[in-house]
Design a protein around this ligand. Structure first.
Ligand SMILES: NC(=O)c1ccc[n+]([C@@H]2O[C@H](COP(=O)([O-])OP(=O)(O)OC[C@H]3O[C@@H](n4cnc5c(N)ncnc54)[C@H](OP(=O)(O)O)[C@@H]3O)[C@@H](O)[C@H]2O)c1
Length: 282
């Protein structure tokens, strides 16, 4: 079982660089799937109130013998729960479903600029952290202007920003901004949701050179950039395969060749955070 490196936050805590995402894992199968991931060696689970499967994650955490402090758990406050009172209630519901006393990382799921409650929600996360209920606080899908607003209004920078990031949508500008501000970049859909990147000829050639799968190469590229990755799979063989990407070491030329696959906006698969303000969780 490969050991997972840790990335240190600006608040002094750290996160395992490779974790397990559970978006679109059905509520009935989540406990079993997360159980597979823990057995395979994952020690970091990424869920959200909006995924409707926190109870399943909680069941897997309750069933394992692995000590609580060896498993890093992230959840997120959904758009419809932004604002102080709704966030406090949402957080309580998340913690009841997860069966946890303290959460490792809590994120604002989307900036939802149309809703206009990101700053108030951020102050609420700061409050929960001060009460000792959350260890680290961060955001997801925040653009440069959303990060600047939080900093200007509160002076508190997120430890991490979880953003869509895969070879066709490599986020060069946000990665540079994060590096400048000491914010960790976390890649969602790090495999491009299992799409075209996994059959791209550049990725296929590099995979052949390493005797690895294309999924492992795409994850190894993400890791080489210093990003935290949270691939999702319900397939036990892929769950193990994705973790083993930690053993694939790319050359700097290979990393550069994959980064050059970036397509700008055309590579985006998920919603655009500047307009996404709806109420469904992702
Ligand atoms: N913050 C946000 O707004 C946001 C948005 C989206 C996602 N996320 C987080 O990021 C996590 C990962 O993103 P994602 O689920 O969108 O996509 P992903 O991890 O990039 O890709 C998952 C897809 O790839 C397939 N797959 C997994 N491993 C594979 C392998 N080794 N070979 C071939 N195919 C493979 C999976 O199929 P099977 O499951 O059938 O094996 C699934 O269809 C989510 O689960 C969630 O935790 C966050």
């Amino acid at each position: 079982m490969p050991s997972t490196p840790a990335i240190t936050f600006h608040d002094g805590r750290s996160i395992p660089q490779l974790g397990f995402g559970v978006w679109q894992v059905g509520p009935e199968e989540t406990a079993e799937v997360v159980g597979h991931a823990l057995e395979a060696g994952y020690r970091h689970i990424d869920t959200a109130r909006g995924y409707n499967n926190e109870k399943g994650v909680g069941a897997a955490l309750a069933a394992t013998d692995i000590p609580r402090d060896e498993i890093f758990v992230t959840s997120k406050v959904p758009n419809q729960d932004q604002g102080r009172e709704a966030t406090l209630a949402s957080f309580d519901a998340t913690m009841a479903d997860l069966g946890l006393e303290e959460l490792d990382l809590y994120l604002i799921h989307w900036p939802a600029p149309g809703v206009g409650l990101a700053v108030e929600t951020w102050r609420t996360l700061v409050e929960l952290q001060e009460q000792g209920r959350i260890r680290s606080i961060g955001v997801s899908n925040f653009r440069a202007e959303d990060l600047a607003l939080l900093e200007a209004e509160t002076g508190v920078l997120p430890v991490l920003n979880q953003i869509e990031l895969h070879p066709y949508f490599a986020q060069p500008e946000l990665r540079a901004l994060h590096a400048d501000k000491g914010i960790v970049t976390e890649s969602w859909s790090p495999l491009g949701q299992g799409g075209g990147e996994l059959t791209d000829p550049v990725v296929e050639d590099i995979a052949a050179a390493h005797g690895a799968t294309t999924a492992q190469v795409v994850l190894a590229w993400n890791l080489a950039l210093g990003n935290v990755v949270i691939p999702k799979s319900v397939t036990p063989e892929r769950i193990a395969q994705n973790l083993a990407s930690l053993e694939v070491e790319l050359t700097s030329e290979e990393v550069t060749a994959i980064t050059a696959l970036h397509r700008g906006e055309a590579g985006r698969q998920g919603p655009d955070p500047s307009v996404f303000g709806g109420h469904q969780g992702r």
